[in-house]
Design a protein around this ligand. Structure first.
Ligand code: 13P
Length: 324
């Protein structure tokens, strides 16, 4: 399904839909098991890095298989979207529309404003012919995600959003309010340090910018990228088992919970599942150095990710039970 109805319900209901990236079978199984068990609508996202890693055709059929798998798990009417994350050209978005994706993102946020509008509008005109919904972006997120990167962030300018949404016809808008991609969302200089634990405490998200956007565009679906929380239990586990992730830090979950209650109706999470996967693999291989069957450590990684996804759905986004 596309995102239109899903988002309208999420805004009314004060929750957000999880948008989880996937690159491999274990991640997809974990997402579907978590969504089926909690009866949460879910968005499966395919990034450019995922396509390069796993192949677009394979990922598309895996997503199709996931719908059948969800039914096998007892979820009678799965609500699953297959979404292109960070599409960077009309041709790519078109190929995903033609190929059966139900939603695409055109990320032209690094282009000058008028060019962002022109490209987004072109994608919207094409996608809407096939009832595929389109996410666009205004403002720039810092950080690195697969092949999308920017050194600095620029908050979304609330005074531009009405003009942008009206002229492009986009269905949802990703905004920049201080989130960023990856496991290092803030530099130590941007944070304070908890004197007891020595851990970094990040600055709060710019909720004033979010409020101003919502005032300009009442009821319009807003998307937050870069919303991993970088759970410190995984970071500590990785670091204590030979890894090296100094000062990795994310967005506190209470702030995401607060955002999910507003018009923010899609929250993107990728890095957290990478951390869960890596922590699990390090744990198994440290405890059993003789293990060489990938199913033994990828299976544990899958369990870790499933727990993580369920926690996000139930405790952070509040989307459980919304796709009965
Ligand atoms: P994280 O790196 O915070 O998980 O963000 C992922 C994302 O926004 C994908 O588009």
């Amino acid at each position: 399904m596309n995102t239109r109805e899903m988002f309208a319900k999420a805004i009314k209901g004060g929750y957000a839909i999880p948008a989880f990236n996937f690159n491999n079978m274990e991640q997809l199984q974990a997402i579907i098991k978590a969504a089926a068990e909690t009866k949460s609508p879910v968005i499966l996202q395919v990034s450019k890095g995922a396509r390069n890693y796993a192949n677009q055709t394979l990922l598309r059929y895996m997503a199709q298989g996931a719908v059948e798998y969800a039914k096998e798990l007892g979820w009678e009417k799965p609500q699953i979207v297959l979404h292109l994350d960070h599409g960077d050209s009309f041709e790519l978005c078109k190929s995903c529309v033609d190929f059966g994706f139900s939603s695409v993102m055109i990320d032209a946020s690094s282009l000058p404003y008028e060019e962002n509008i022109a490209l987004t509008k072109k994608v919207v005109e094409y996608a809407h012919k096939y009832d595929v919904t389109v996410e666009a972006e205004l403002g720039v997120l810092a950080g690195v995600e697969d092949e999308v990167s920017s050194a600095v962030s620029h908050y979304t300018k609330p005074e531009e959003v009405v003009d942008f949404a009206t002229r492009t016809g986009c269905d949802s808008l990703a905004i920049s309010i201080g989130t960023s991609h990856g496991a290092y969302k803030f530099t130590p200089e941007q944070c304070t340090r908890d004197p007891k634990t020595g851990k970094l405490v990040p600055p709060p998200l710019a909720f004033d910018v979010l409020d101003a956007v919502m005032e300009q565009l009442p009821g319009f679906p807003i998307v937050l990228h870069g919303s991993s929380s970088v759970p410190q239990e995984y970071v500590d586990m990785i670091n204590s088992l030979g890894g090296k992730l100094p000062d990795a830090i994310g967005i506190p979950e209470e702030q995401l919970r607060q955002a999910a209650k507003s018009a923010v109706c899609k929250i993107n999470i990728d890095s957290d599942s990478r951390l869960a996967f890596t922590a699990a693999v390090r744990k198994v291989l440290t405890e059993k150095p003789g293990e060489f069957d990938p199913r033994k450590y990828c299976g544990v990684a899958r369990d870790f990710m499933e727990e993580l996804y369920k926690h996000k759905i139930i405790d952070v986004l509040g989307s459980d039970g919304k796709a009965e």
